[in-house]
Design a protein around this ligand. Structure first.
Ligand code: 6PG
Length: 243
């Protein structure tokens, strides 16, 4: 695993870098096999990134496939639905074919059935263990990533690619469906996109303590690249040698 820690002055600068990286990775994938696969996280951190991505003219949306890292198990209309946020900030602003969009079902199915269906969709699309060209992750205020929360069985899942996450503890607010570490850690590139000084302690532990049990610290793409895109606030507890 190759790891890079990059610190930017603000969210705007983070997003500009991330878009350049997206363009570089997507063009390489398209040149190699004709399409680019990316899995996106929800939450507040990536909103500006998604809005700015929608204005990036040079991206080839017709050759881009968008998947979801995780989903809160709430209807699309809910303000908490990740796919709705990504649709509003990005997908409805670009000319991307419907067949290239791969949301996680949260209506008319059980959480278990939704997770099973998403796993089937992934396996039929990739035909092997899915290796995403890029996965964009955040870090929560308890060190979670995706919907992999400490204390849930999802964190120790070794076989399934997608699992339901029943409600455990207030941090989750909603039941979830999430990609698991076997899937995340098979990616070519994983980008943590993290801003907000309130997470500085978690980011320091994830980057500094290789034995950390925080879920975000367990993202280690075995034959891929791990990139931390941080703002100065969230990187405030890092010192040079830890980068
Ligand atoms: C979700 C996300 C989750 C998110 C972190 C950070 O469904 O909540 O996928 O993993 O990335 O919770 O969220 P913020 O960016 O809102 O701090």
């Amino acid at each position: 695993m190759v790891r890079e820690v990059l610190v930017f002055k603000d969210n705007e600068a983070m997003a500009e870098f991330a878009i350049e990286k997206w363009e570089e990775i997507s063009q390489g994938a398209i040149d190699e096999r004709g399409y680019f696969t990316v899995a996106l996280s929800g939450g507040r951190s990536p909103v500006l990134l998604y809005e700015k991505l929608s204005a990036a003219k040079e991206l080839k949306w017709d050759q881009t496939h968008i998947f979801m890292v995780d989903e809160r198990f709430v209807p699309y209309e809910s303000d908490w639905n990740n796919y709705r946020m990504i649709t509003e900030t990005l997908l409805r602003r670009v000319n991307i074919p419907e067949v290239n969009l791969h949301p996680i079902l949260t209506e008319e199915v059980s959480m278990q059935a939704s997770a099973e269906k998403y796993e089937e969709d992934l396996i039929s699309f990739f035909t092997t263990l899915p290796r995403f060209d890029l996965i964009v992750l955040g870090i929560g205020m308890d060190g979670h990533t995706a919907s992999l929360f400490q204390g849930t069985s999802a964190v120790s899942e070794k076989k399934r690619l997608v699992v339901p996450v029943p409600l455990t503890g207030a941090a989750m607010r909603y039941e979830r469906v999430t990609m698991t570490f076997p899937l995340l850690n098979n990616a070519e590139n994983v980008m943590f996109f993290v801003n907000g000084a309130d997470k500085a302690e978690f980011v320091r532990e994830v980057i500094k303590d290789e034995n950390s049990s925080l879920p975000a610290a367990m993202v280690k793409p075995k034959s891929g690249k791990l990139i931390f895109v941080l703002d100065k606030g969230v990187a405030s507890l890092l010192t040079r040698e830890q980068n």
